[in-house]
Design a protein around this ligand. Structure first.
Ligand code: FAD
Length: 564
């Protein structure tokens, strides 16, 4: 491994969080030369995000490491219940039972309808996911990962971009030249600021919980499992009138990601290690031994989206482009989907399979999704953070019991709304995108907790088990897939000719059964590399026109159709 980042590449990625690392994987799998720099010494030490949504797991499966991710974090038999207590060692108020990773594998194979998918959600700390993303990206010959390097400046020359970087360790300097630059550099993105884009939306929302200055404590407390008399859960939340907190299990043996909201009179810079330990003990409600591994502050109450995702050869993705309140677990997952969307498009343009204006569709498609998802996260934060339990909730009296019953009823409903979200995770759509061939049908309504599989172009390809545990998603090609559905599907020769002409890689898949034909509502369906239905129809005669449209040819001045 050379000591300095290479001077030339196709794509420079600044930021090695989930967005940057996922993009490195997408580009590297397509043989595109990518250089990633990140100013941290290595991937995250702190747990960060806790939930990997099913759609993200489908993308990890496509890249071949979903099983590895599902094996990371909690032990295979550890339940991923969401549990609400007054304090962890006191009264349990509500519980939403969810499967362990071992059970999730089996349950996915049996699911149908809205949860028909090869993968279910996985509860795992982001730090473990990042390490896996890093390992797979590092193994790709066209990818160079340089942690400990900070971008200090960049310039878009029109024909290429130049990035100045310095080593955090010794101040050594270097320049990197690339065809494109992606700012996956997190919420304080210097790239977003230099591009002149601002976050827009809601910020500074005040709530009793999840709306204000938060204090994060990464803590090791194996005694938790001894002093808490309840069945273990993955996400443990306290509801009382003293201090509210959540504590997500990280390794199932004693590590937790603890978050509480600072009171108005608490100054973050004055919180000592002893104060931090007292916050954790107050939430547990028992005096246990614990070790603080790290502490940090962050702010809850944002639902922000940058007013632009691209200028010239420079793109924004992940938290650099949108900032969530973490209820619903959508920030990192939205960041991953940004990378998926941008990855195949950059590769297609760099390989000259698609015109540069395909890249304009990145913000056309992803920005509305960021607005949608930050909005959903905000409704969950309101539902949890504005809930006020009765003052007697901790009392050992009939009034206290009544208060707990009332809170439990509310929280049971809240948990099922926030943590059973196939509608959000599978229902994101790119309607109106100029590279989606609309067929005049209406998509199902966008709802949080219900997902209606639909092959209406612009949405996720409906999932189907093919028998013997094989998922349709495993049969898709890595790039484009043409499904021939039912017994009377027309020939695919036109599509094969057109893809060859454009230099695209097409897998043709025959699904002769009635179930598949009915699910897709057409004899033919064209699936994009990101598993989105690009087109469906009963006649292959328009193959060339369809393919030219879905990669951005013949769609002139795309950006002017959707001004930022
Ligand atoms: C308490 C909490 C809980 C959360 N829970 C969830 C959850 O359950 N599910 C979920 O989906 N999301 C959750 N999130 C959000 C999630 O952690 C973020 O959305 C995610 O990390 C965004 O990834 P990213 O790659 O865009 O940015 P980041 O992870 O922020 O990575 C950006 C990287 O860029 C680097 N960088 C910045 N500037 C430079 C520079 N000039 N040069 C070089 N490197 C630079 C930074 O060091 C950093 O490593 C949570 C967040 C918090 C705070």
């Amino acid at each position: 491994m050379p000591s300095h980042p290479p001077p030339d590449c196709s794509v420079i990625i600044v930021g090695g969080g989930p967005c940057g690392l996922m993009l490195a994987n997408e580009l590297g799998r397509r043989g595109v030369a990518a250089v990633l720099i990140d100013d941290k010494p290595a991937t995250a030490f702190n747990p960060q995000a806790n939930a990997t949504q099913a759609r993200t797991m489908e993308h990890f499966r496509r890249l071949g490491f979903a099983d590895e991710v599902r094996s990371a974090g909690l032990p295979p038999e550890y339940p991923t219940d969401i549990v609400y207590y007054t304090r962890f060692a006191k009264y349990e108020l509500a519980r939403f039972p969810l499967p362990s990773s071992r059970e999730a594998r089996a349950r996915a194979a049996a699911n149908s309808g809205g949860w028909s998918a090869a993968e279910l959600p996985h509860r795992v700390s982001q730090k473990f996911v990042e390490a896996i993303l890093w390992k797979h990206a590092a193994a790709l010959p066209s990818v160079s990962l340089f942690y400990g390097w900070r971008m200090t400046a960049f310039v878009d020359r029109g024909s290429h971009v130049e990035v100045e970087a310095e080593s955090v360790a010794d101040g050594a300097r270097t320049s990197i030249r690339g065809a494109y630059l992606v700012g996956a550099d997190g919420p304080r993105s210097a790239i977003r600021r230099q591009l002149g884009f601002n976050y827009a939306g809601r910020t500074g929302v005040a709530r009793e919980f999840m709306g204000g200055r938060m204090y994060a404590i990464y803590v090791c407390a194996p005694e938790f499992y001894r002093v808490v008399p309840h069945k273990p859960g993955w996400m443990n939340v306290t509801i009382n009138r003293d201090r509210r907190a959540l504590m997500a299990a990280v390794d199932g043996r004693g590590e937790f990601a603890f978050h509480t909201q600072l009171r108005a009179d608490e100054e973050e810079s004055r919180v000592s290690e002893a104060d931090a330990a007292a916050m954790v003990r107050a939430a547990i409600g028992a005096p246990i031994a614990l070790e603080i591994l790290s502490r940090d502050t962050w702010t809850a109450g944002h639902a922000l989206v940058a007013d632009g995702f691209q200028r010239g050869r420079v793109f924004l993705g992940g938290d650099a482009a949108h900032l969530f309140t973490p209820t619903g677990g959508l920030g990192y997952n939205t960041a991953v989907e940004d990378a998926v969307n941008l990855g195949w498009k950059l590769a297609a343009v760099i390989k000259r399979q698609a015109p540069p204006n395909l890249l304009d569709t990145y913000s056309i498609e992803r920005r509305p999704l960021a607005v949608r998802n930050t909005g959903y996260a905000q409704t969950f934060a309101d539902s949890l953070g504005l809930f006020q339990p009765a003052p007697e909730i901790e009392d050992d009296t009939p009034q206290g019991a009544a208060a707990r019953l009332e809170a439990g009823t509310y929280l049971n409903a809240h948990a099922r709304a926030e943590f059973n979200i196939p509608g959000i995770t599978f229902g994101g759509r790119y309607d109106g995108s100029p590279v989606i061939v609309a067929d005049g049908t209406a998509p199902p309504p966008d709802t949080v907790n219900t997902y209606v599989p639909s092959a209406c172009p612009g949405g996720r390809a409906p999932h189907l088990w093919l028998g013997q545990g094989r998922s349709l998603y495993d049969a898709f090609g890595f790039e484009w897939t043409l499904l021939r559905l039912g017994g009377r599907a027309p020939e695919s020769a036109g599509f094969a000719r057109a893809t060859t002409g454009l230099g695209l890689d097409l897998t043709v898949l025959d699904l002769p059964g009635d179930e598949a034909r009915e699910l897709y509502g057409a004899d033919l369906a064209l699936i994009r590399p990101d598993q989105i239905v690009a087109w469906r129809g009963n006649d292959g005669a328009a193959a060339e026109a369809v393919l030219r449209q879905v990669v951005g040819f013949d769609v002139l001045e795309i950006a002017s159709l959707h001004p930022q």
